[in-house]
Design a protein around this ligand. Structure first.
Ligand code: SF4
Length: 480
């Protein structure tokens, strides 16, 4: 018996959207419990809102979605049978729902039984199903929404973009009021994050800057839940996300990474050149008592040891950090401890703030509040030490050839950044272009001729055209 496909919009009490004879048409088989039905409703609602028509027959559909159930053996058998029926009658089938999440060894059970399905997702995967439909059956032109790029409106230059992977924070640092404003950590599903990243790359972004309040905690709140990326089941977890982003073939830069032990997993990817060898680790202080008073995450970690072991694996690693000088109760000896840490750690890029009481922060009630001139004087001493370190570390790059992403192009001089420089907060490279025509976002090689405390100067080494076409090839591969 041929299964009845979910009927037309009016039967689902969805608002009728005029479909033209040219509208791409989707057939839908929905099996399983009410939760699965709600998933079906969401997918169909969105498809109709985008202008897709629904077909009550396999023959009338350009593509069929089967929402499966995997609860008991009978449900599994029925779902597999429904997929087989749709494949035989239509040929273009996307599978979603609980059975989609079932594995047989490393492989999806559905894909093993029916290798001809276009793609398989798990339950509650509305966004992923829609992305798959878009990929296999492009959505009709919408004069209103098509003016908005798929990754949304970005306020950064076209060639780089911030990718926010989570909101909120589970920590309660005493100088910070972010958790009271934004709440506890809420990680975005990895599938959703990756779809945004892919859309950005398709739009021309060549550098993705991963941000959140605590990037290394990504996925903790959802217990590293399984989600789907390109039909593969993957965990919502920082190291996994970094591996997935590394496939996109663009620069990937990690910000706000706390030095938890599992951060060690991403260092080899940096050493292999898959993501930028750059870590933005906000240490804030070095002295254990001050870190405890700040209630900092990872305050018990052996940070110097960890930095050494990271550099042993990835010698080109750039570490950026931020610190607070003059925290309430900080003694001169504790501040000296911080300066000692700085000299020992040889951090590449550092920002330092004199402690300033934020309204509502718990640290305001701590004893030993320091006068403003002491806080400012410590900040100035700190920055003097850091400036010397930064100048020495940059001077080592003189004579080397660096890959640089171009930010601005003048008549004969362009400005860009190396892997060691995040936009806005780190240094830049100014280089003569030898009158070559460059564009923002080009990645070129620059011979470094001189340095200051924060910036580099040099001359274009060439290989521009090759770099552009390599990037284009990578972007095409990522899109596939
Ligand atoms: S400073 Fe502390 S509390 Fe504030 S966002 Fe960062 S980790 Fe969370």
């Amino acid at each position: 018996m041929t299964r009845r496909l979910l009927p037309k919009a009016r039967d689902l009490r969805l608002p009728s959207v005029a479909a033209t004879s040219k509208s791409p048409t989707v057939g839908f088989v929905s099996l399983g419990c009410p939760k699965a039905l709600v998933d079906s409703e969401r997918i169909i609602t969105q498809l109709r809102a985008e202008g897709y028509a629904m077909s009550a027959s396999y023959e009338g559909a350009d593509l069929v979605i089967v929402n499966t159930c995997g609860f008991i053996d009978a449900a599994v058998a029925e779902s597999l049978e429904a997929i087989g029926e749709a494949l035989a009658a239509n040929g273009k089938v996307i599978v979603t729902g609980c059975l989609g999440a079932r594995r047989d060894g490393a492989e999806s059970l559905v894909a093993k039984v029916h290798p001809k399905v276009l793609a398989v997702t798990g339950p509650q995967a509305t966004d992923e199903v829609l992305a798959l439909v878009h990929a296999h059956l492009p959505k009709p032109h919408d004069p209103f929404t098509d003016l908005v790029p798929p990754a949304g409106i970005k306020l950064t230059p076209r060639h780089y973009a911030y990718l926010k992977i989570a909101e909120g924070c589970n920590h309660r640092c005493t100088f910070c009021i972010i958790p009271s404003m934004r709440g506890d950590l809420v990680s975005r599903p990895i599938g959703e994050v990756m779809r945004e990243a892919e859309a950005l790359v398709k739009q021309g972004v060549r550098e993705i800057l991963v941000i959140s309040q605590d990037t290394s905690a990504y996925g903790v709140d959802v217990r590293y839940k399984l989600d789907f990326v390109g039909g593969r089941a993957v965990r919502t977890r920082m190291a996994t996300l970094v591996q997935e982003l590394a496939r996109l073939g663009v620069w990937v830069r990690l910000h706000y990474v706390y030095p938890y032990p599992h951060v060690d997993e991403v260092i080899p990817l940096m050493a292999e050149g898959k993501v930028l060898p750059y870590l933005d680790v906000p240490f804030q202080h070095s002295h254990p008592r001050v870190l405890k008073a700040m209630k900092r995450p990872a305050c018990g970690e052996r940070n110097l040891e960890r930095i050494r072991s990271w550099r042993a694996i990835c010698p080109e690693l750039t570490i950026r950090s931020t610190f607070i000088a003059g925290f309430p109760g900080e003694t001169e000896a504790e501040f000296e401890h911080l300066l000692g840490f700085l000299r020992e750690a040889q951090l590449d890029r550092v920002g330092c703030f004199a402690y300033s009481p934020v309204e509502g922060a718990a640290a305001n009630a701590l004893p030993g509040q320091l006068p403003e001139e002491v806080r400012e004087e410590r900040r100035a001493r700190f920055m003097q030490v850091q400036e010397e370190i930064s100048a020495q570390r940059l001077a080592r790059k003189v004579g080397s050839r660096q890959r640089v992403i171009v930010d601005e192009v003048g008549a004969t001089v362009a400005t860009g950044r190396t892997a060691a420089d995040a936009p806005e907060i780190d240094g830049v490279v100014r280089f003569r272009t030898r009158r070559r025509r460059l564009q923002p976002g080009d990645i070129v090689e620059v011979n470094i001729e001189s340095s200051t405390a924060h910036d580099l100067q040099g001359v274009l080494a060439g290989a521009v055209a090759a770099e552009r076409s390599t990037l284009r090839r990578r972007r095409t591969a990522a899109a596939i």
